[in-house]
Design a protein around this ligand. Structure first.
Ligand SMILES: [Cu+2]
Length: 185
């Protein structure tokens, strides 16, 4: 017993060192978080929030369209103006959206959280299909989404449809960067 006690007395310095290292790491993380924090405000819904939320799901399903159930599924809760349903969309790499087909309930309010992958700068426009196809001025859009940046756009599908979404960065729509909104219910 005494030997054990004696043996332990030799270790505190190591324990103290470990604690110091842990505190240092925690401190560094806190500083990093503080420094990074303001940047996420520069980009509404910014890369921090988008990245973190994307990783939450862990697997590839994190990059899938919706964070929850789709219309028609048991337990599905439609998005409202007060509490929009969040749908994540990946723009790129290349001239693609993932998913390219999004299902919403009639009258639903959706917040699209769009993250750009790859070096191209993208836009995300959503609204009546004809307006989206023609890039009509006034159609809801977020632009200038650079690599790994995330922008959000909230839209209520309260009209007759059909609806669509697209990227109108130069040449992208023509290259096929567009998607379809399916309204059900
Ligand atoms: Cu694009």
């Amino acid at each position: 017993m005494n030997n054990d006690a004696a043996g332990r007395t030799g270790r505190p310095s190591l324990v103290v060192l470990l604690i110091a290292v842990v505190l240092l790491v925690i401190g560094t993380t806190a500083v990093a978080t503080t420094l990074v924090g303001p940047h996420s405000r520069v980009t509404p819904g910014g890369m921090i929030g988008g990245g973190r939320a994307g990783m939450m799901g862990g697997s590839s399903t994190a990059l899938r369209p919706s964070t929850g159930l789709e219309p028609g599924a048991a337990g599905f809760v439609a998005g409202t103006a007060a509490s929009p349903r969040v749908i994540r969309v990946i723009a790129g790499p290349g001239y693609t959206f993932d998913p390219s087909t999004i299902t919403v309930a009639r009258g639903e309010t959706i917040t699209f959280v769009v993250t750009a992958m790859g070096p191209l700068v993208h836009e995300f426009m959503v609204g009546p299909a004809d307006a989206v196809a023609a890039d009509t001025a006034g159609t809801p859009e977020v632009a200038g989404i650079a690599m790994m940046q995330t922008r959000s756009l909230t839209y209520t599908f309260d009209g007759a449809g059909p609806y669509a979404f697209a990227c109108h960065a130069t040449g992208h729509y023509e290259a096929g960067m567009r998607g379809t909104i399916v309204v059900v219910g």
